[in-house]
Design a protein around this ligand. Structure first.
Ligand code: CA
Length: 606
């Protein structure tokens, strides 16, 4: 047994509360090393100090290098001490405590989880379970009001440049709520809509004014109200890492230099006078003069920004914020931000832009979630052939155990955004774009669709990924892909445990390219294993050849395909599934499928 590979620490994501009376314990070991692991635990105040209960741990998966074991232990007094006993496949054994790894049962140095405090509880808003997100770049989604178009507006569908404008606006989004409701969208995320010189509006000039090119405050209120009436929430984009060069405080600093009362609002003004021509101040990224970096540690600056966050929730009843460049703003600011936002709207959603591991922001005191770019990277790498099915499965496993179960169910998965090339263009085929959609809508977490991806809109990196939605161009709209998205969203809503349920891979074959997994209702909510017939079986044939696989559904279970997509559909015979090249299938026992189709509002065929 490789003792050096054993790892556990009494902190998230290795130890964390599930509800107020259970603690989840995760152990990492060398892959293939352990025969058994047992959590031995007791109350912290029991005397003499010993551990009186043993709960076996379960092997949960491996990432190719490590394997992960886990257990949820009861903690009725909320004060827990524990150690972990492990037995290797070589017959060796060891005990893990805070004091290290020892060959004998420990008497001291147990791991201690002092108290599961309800004020520390981290729970995602309940509505996430039922919501599919949709990201809109407002200038390019729909032009509903030509009277507010900027003077130099380009014709709808003109190839995007870094500076051209197409006239999209809030009125256009409101006009398309029918479309979004019919698609099954539960939350719309709008990139910035406040007054700013650029077409993307990430260089705010006035946080308290809707950009006149997009509409008015009244139009925002009307949009939110009508969306709410249809069960659709609205997130806005907060740009608090930096300001724009026309922002009132920055203009004052340029005018008055170090005598400006706002000089302390900026992170580092290197010299005076402040001059955008020479960029003698800290900015977003590398010397982007139009985006001076804010000092969110300055009390007046902090209070101003928190006021903006509160204002739009109170005024327009928005449902939360997406936070731009969130990882470069200080943690104290985000803690204050969370308290302020949740104080006004307890089930508001706080979504940070973090492209890498985000555990520091997901401890329950800052964000609810981040945009899950690592998932995008892994999924597109698999579908484009850079990772084989086994490698993809291991990477998903590794990412899963980077986070707690509560963090995972909140992660916002995406196939693309205004900052990346489009999924259809990256993968180069409609069949692969369909496979990506299946993975997006059947994975743990929260799916977010970038506007137009559901009809196969093309686009390379920024600015090409910001093309106009092709409402009037049938050649650019893949209606079969749109039907698939509708169906997938209907499945998602019929089985809300896809958000937080278990995942069991049953095939990840590097030779055939087959990747199949079963999703089940949450084992944490219901620790006893659910019956077979409750699960869904998802299979992707990532190969240009036909393939067949046996689905582990149990004897006598009659499976049907929930997708029935003409271009890619599979054939099921008993537990045997045949898939065409690049085929996809979501199988369910016939009883489950019948129950789903009886639910109203889930008819998807157009
Ligand atoms: Ca317009």
């Amino acid at each position: 047994m490789q003792l050096a590979a054993l790892f556990h620490a009494c902190r998230s994501p290795y130890a964390y509360p599930v509800g107020l009376e259970h603690l989840r314990i995760i152990l990492k070991a060398a892959r293939g090393d352990l025969a058994a692991a047992v959590c031995v635990h007791g109350d912290r105040y029991s005397w003499p100090p010993d551990l009186d209960r043993s709960t076996p741990m379960e092997r949960l998966g491996d990432d190719g290098v490590h394997e992960y074991w886990g257990v949820t232990i009861p903690a009725p007094t909320r004060r827990i001490r524990y150690s972990i006993y492990v037995r290797g496949r070589d017959g060796d054994y060891a005990w893990l405590t805070e004091y290290g790894i020892a060959p004998r049962r420990p008497r001291r140095g147990f791991f201690e989880y002092p108290y599961i405090h309800r004020n520390d509880a981290f729970a995602q808003p309940e509505w996430l379970r039922y919501s599919v997100f949709y990201q809109i770049f407002p200038d390019r989604f729909c032009n509903g009001d030509p009277t507010n178009d900027p003077p130099n507006v380009a014709a709808w569908g003109t190839p995007p440049t870094g500076s051209n404008r197409m006239g999209g606006d809030l009125a256009g989004i409101r006009q398309k709520l029918d479309y979004l409701q019919d698609l099954g969208i539960g939350c719309i995320y709008l990139t910035p809509i406040f007054a700013a010189p650029s077409n993307h509006k990430y260089d705010t000039a006035d946080d308290y004014r809707i950009d006149p090119q997009f509409g008015t405050e009244e139009e925002l209120k009307a949009l939110v109200k009508e969306a709410h009436g249809r069960g659709i929430r609205i997130l806005l984009d907060a740009v608090f890492n930096h300001a724009g060069k026309e922002w009132f405080a920055f203009r004052d600093v340029i005018e008055k230099g170090k005598d400006s009362r706002y000089a302390g609002w900026f992170y580092d003004l290197h010299s005076f006078p402040v001059n955008p021509e020479v960029c003698n101040y800290e900015t977003f990224a590398n010397r982007i003069a139009s985006m001076p970096k804010l000092d969110t540690g300055n009390p007046e600056c902090r209070d101003y920004l928190l006021g903006v966050a509160e204002y739009w929730i109170r005024q327009a009843d928005i449902d939360g914020w997406r936070l731009d460049v969130a990882n470069e703003v200080d943690h104290r600011f985000w803690r204050a931000f969370r308290d302020r936002v949740k104080g006004v709207k307890p089930d508001a959603f706080i979504l940070g832009e973090v492209w890498h591991n985000a555990t520091d922001w997901l401890q329950g005191d800052q964000f609810d979630s981040v945009m899950n770019y690592p998932w995008r990277h892994a999924t597109l790498a698999f579908l484009s052939g850079q990772l084989d099915a086994a490698e993809y499965d291991r990477l998903l496993c590794r990412m899963r155990f980077t986070y707690t179960s509560e963090m995972v169910r909140g992660l916002v998965n995406l196939l693309g955004s205004h900052d990346t090339p489009r999924v259809r263009t990256v993968l180069g085929s409609r069949e692969k774009a369909a496979q990506a959609a299946v993975l997006l809508l059947t994975s743990e977490g929260v799916p977010m669709i970038y506007y137009g991806d559901e009809v196969g809109l093309e686009g390379k990196g920024d600015p090409d990924c910001r093309r106009c939605y092709p409402w009037d161009d049938p050649k650019q709209r893949d209606t079969e892909l749109l039907s698939l998205y509708r169906r997938l969203i209907a499945i998602r809503k019929a089985f809300p445990w896809l958000n937080d349920g278990a995942w069991e891979t049953f095939v990840a074959d590097p030779v055939t390219g087959l990747f199949g997994f079963r999703r089940l209702p949450s084992p944490l909510a219901a620790p006893e294993r659910p019956a077979n017939e409750e699960g869904l079986y998802v299979v992707i044939n990532n190969s240009s050849r036909g393939n067949a696989v046996t689905v582990p559904a149990g004897v006598g279970v009659h499976l049907v395909d929930l997708l029935e997509v003409e271009m890619l559909t599979g054939r099921v015979e008993g537990d045997r599934l045949e898939l065409p090249p690049h085929g996809i299938a979501i199988l369910a026992p016939a009883t489950v499928a019948a129950a789903m189709n009886r639910k109203p509002g889930l008819d998807w065929k157009t």
